[in-house]
Structures are given as C-alpha cells and as structure tokens.
Design a protein around this ligand. Structure first.
Ligand code: AMP
Length: 319
C-alpha cells in the first residue's frame, strides 16, 4: 500500500515525500482511515511503529479539508484562536517530539501548533496561545497551570489524543488527565495510544472512548522488535567496571544506559566521562535546556552514552 491510497491531501503527501516515506506502516494503514472517518480509536502501538504520524496525518487532514470523512462529521473549518486538537503526552521530550512531527507533516498546511510543558518559561507559551493555534501538544501539569491562569481555552477542542496512555498512569497523571478532560466539550473525537493494555488503561479507554475502532500492531506487553536482550549477572561493586569494559570491548558509540536514581545516573555519567566515554546524564533534576541539549547531542552522535532515569525510558525516538 502507498500513502497516496489513504486519501490524504496533496499538502500532506508532499510533506511525507519530503521525509522520504513511501509506504505507510501497519499502524498508519489501520488507524488513518478510522481517524479520517471521525471515529474514536484505541490503538496498541509502541514507539517506533510510526504511531505519531498515524494520528498526526489524519488530524491535519481533518483540520484542513472539511470534506473528508464522509461517514464522520468533519471538523469545523472556522478560524478559531483556541486549539481544536489537544494531544496529551506524559513527558516534555515526547511533547517536543510530537510537536516536531506536527510541524514536519503540517509544513504545507498553514496550521499553527504549540507544545506546552514545564521546565521552560510560561510567558512565551501564553503569548503564542493568545495569538491563536490549531493544535496544542501538552504535558498534563503545565496544561493545568495554563487552565488555572485561564491562559488556555479548551472549549473548542474537537479531537483529543492521549499518547502513551500507559505511561501516563505510570507517572501518576491519571487525576490530572481526568481534570483536563472535564474542561473539554462533551462531543469530540478521542484517540488513545498505548504500548500496553494494562487494566487501568482499559478502564480509561472505557470511560473516554465511544465505540472505538481497535488497532493492534504489537503483541501484548512485548518489547520492541529488533531489540535483543541479555542479562549479565555481576556483583554490585563490579557493575561500573563491567560497563566500561563493554564500551571498550565493543567500541560502542550510541548507548542509552538506564539508572534507577538521579544520583546514580549522575555518578555513572561522571565515571564514564572520566574514562573517556563522552556522556551526559538525563533526568528530572536537569533543566529543560540541559535535557534538550543532551538528547540532541546524543542523536547527533556527539555523545556516546546517555545515562538516564526512566523519564527517558519510553517514547523517545532516537535514530
Ligand atoms: P513513532 O512510532 O511515531 O515514534 O515513529 C518512529 C519513527 O518512524 C520516526 O522516526 C518516524 O519519523 C518514522 N516513520 C513514521 N512513519 C514512517 C513511514 N511510513 N515510513 C518510514 N518511517 C516512518
């Protein structure tokens, strides 16, 4: 199947072509027609499956072309200042990444988008919100700040996306999400993406989604394909030396290391750095700037190792 068979507009096909993509991934093939038709959707899809484009492309299409989706009600084509699409994500990094996708795929649509998340100044976000946007990507905490200050109006939201829903639970955002959903119009399209169908995810799906189409592209609770796992048993005090040995022996140059604690990741990052491995630590105590820079440097190959707490464990797309 080709992208052109999905009924996407010329503007979107052009942006897809500019990315060098020709074939939609399975989640895109399955999800895009349902979303274009205006249906609610529950998708079991992990990072790396192309799930972001699976919701971003049809959303852009419905915002720009009100004639599409004959079986579902098209989104209203009215010039609003308030966002018509809200994408909720669990982490700042994912918010930035989803916004990037919205901008890349929406490059020729003229739609306006913004990501709001904590750790950076709120005033630039307020100014952009005031000028008006079509698509808002947000982490729950900062969005609640904006709601509290009445700097965002969610009364025009026609489509809600809950991305990485299972991760939202892991991070304790469920009450925030419920508070945000209360502020949305009752009639809207709801899309939920999750890497697992844990019981609480099912419960939220049941509460939020209306007669959803179901899309499943990964096995339940399965790790990403193409990843092989191995375990090395070693005494606690030998862990660092072993890791250094593995770096040296394999000539590793792009390695994500997970630590349980922020302190532990700082200590390990220092140790690696001292041994000549270009390293940065990534965790919640780092400023947003430092986190963004560490990730960019890692993606660009300037760092050989990124030592992270589980804030970076899911949803990051590093190629
Ligand atoms: P995601 O699952 O949304 O995190 O996407 C994983 C990666 O796949 C990203 O780098 C996308 O840019 C890329 N991608 C998305 N759709 C396609 C496609 N149809 N063909 C090739 N790559 C894609």
């Amino acid at each position: 199947m080709q992208f052109s068979e999905l009924g996407l507009s010329a503007e979107l096909l052009r942006a897809i072509g500019e990315q060098g993509y020709t074939t939609p991934t399975p989640v895109q093939q399955q999800a895009i027609p349902h979303i274009l038709a205006g249906r609610d959707l529950e998708a079991l899809a992990q990072t790396g499956t192309g799930k972001t484009a699976a919701f971003v492309l049809p959303i852009l299409q419905r915002l720009t072309n009100p004639l599409i989706g004959q079986t579902g009600s098209p989104l209203q084509k009215v010039t609003h200042t308030a966002p018509r699409v809200l994408v909720l994500v669990p982490t700042r990094e994912l918010a930035a990444q989803v916004l990037e996708s919205v901008r890349v795929y929406g490059a020729h649509t003229g739609l306006r988008s913004l990501a709001v998340f904590g750790g950076v100044g709120i005033n630039p976000q307020i100014q952009t919100l005031r000028r008006g946007i079509d698509i808002l990507v947000a982490t729950p905490g900062r969005l609640l700040d904006h709601l509290g200050q009445r700097t965002v109006d969610l009364s025009k939201v026609q489509t809600l996306v809950l991305d990485e829903a299972d991760r939202m639970f892991d991070m304790g955002f469920i009450r925030d999400i419920r508070r945000i959903i209360e502020k949305l119009p009752k009639v809207r399209q709801n899309l939920m993406f999750s890497a697992t169908f844990a019981a609480e995810v099912r419960e939220l799906a049941h509460a939020v989604l209306k007669d959803p189409a179901m899309v499943e592209v990964a096995r339940r609770n399965a790790p990403a394909e193409l990843v092989s796992h191995s375990v090395i048993k070693v005494d606690q005090d030998q862990k660092r030396d072993l890791l250094l040995h593995l770096f040296a022996a394999h000539g590793w140059h792009q390695v994500l290391v997970f630590c349980r604690t922020k302190h532990g990741s700082d200590a390990l990052a220092r140790k690696l750095e001292q041994s000549g491995v270009r390293t940065a630590a990534l965790h919640g105590n780092k400023s947003q700037n430092a986190r963004t820079r560490a990730l960019a440097d890692f993606k660009a190959g300037k760092l050989a190792a990124l030592v992270a707490t589980d804030i970076a464990a899911r949803g990051l797309d590093i190629v």
